[in-house]
Design a protein around this ligand. Sequence first.
Ligand code: BT5
Length: 330
Amino acid sequence: MNVKESLLNTLAASGGEYISGAALAEKLGVSRNAVWKAVKALQTEGYTIESVTSKGYRLAMNNNRLSEKLITAHLNTKLLGRQLKVFDEINSTNTAAKELASGGAPHGTAVVADTQTMGRGRLGRTFVSPAGTGIYLSVILHPDLELEATSMMTIAASVAVAEAIEELTGVPVQIKWVNDIYLGGKKICGILTEASLGLEMKSLDYAVIGIGVNVRSVRGEFDSELIQTATSIEDETGLVIDRNALCAAILDRLEVYTDDLRDRSFLKGYRRRELLTGNDITAMVGSQPFTGKATGIDGNGNLIVELPDGSVKHLGSGEANLCRIKKHLP
Ligand code: BT5
């Protein structure tokens, strides 16, 4: 590890405390001048390092640079994110993760990017991914599960993201079945799980869970249509959250919930936050418009809907599209 990397590790591990130039020089076994040069080099790379004459240096709490070192400094996982690639720009972290998985990348390998040029949602939709604002994270899992389990992964990931955001902000968020996280009535996160089947076509070869979270302000980044339905943690709460810390917190929670997907204890946290439940909804099922009352989430993560004729349908995530709360006319 060179001086710059060692310095970044030391500053990241100090939890926002100042460390004097002399202490850093001693710890890293270099001169104070070498410390100063490494600080300048890191600042040029975009890390916000504050220096105060009598106190020394610290990594600013509002540092807005995503990096492998800083994510790792916050990480408490055994496997998830331990193999980590962070890009300034990429087409799609899901595409990159799928390529890595096909090449044999191990369980837990994660890809993170500051911006995506071809971020995608479900059914070919675009996920807008501006630089410096969000977390675009994809994690490779090699679960010993059948194909149907991919929807459970999305459910587990939704709860993991919801809890991580709540832990860092102290503000409750909602989950909209099946893959969206909402804050203040607008979307702040979408999740896209993609799976590859094994040769015998029954079990999963691997799955990639892709998570996009709007963290810093997206004002001026989204067009006039998207801004009607989408927002960010900062725009909604005024809180400036460190993307590295949030990324690590998501990986921590994701490891807990995906460790054994047969244990569906996370469904409780999903149901508690789900916002279609209790509402009249509209959806597209295939090409058919569909109306009913959402009454809950079943044990397989399906949406339970009571139809106008009194019958009950359990909608799978693959079946229903554009699920919305029905607006009642005044
Ligand atoms: C999703 O799809 O919301 C899943 C998004 C998954 C994105 C992650 S980022 C890391 C990884 N790499 C990828 O390429 N993808 C994954 P869906 O439910 O289909 O929603 C898409 C719709 O959300 C769009 O049609 C827009 O209306 C809206 N949208 C687009 N960008 C958004 C954003 N940044 N924040 C909130 N809503 C957005």
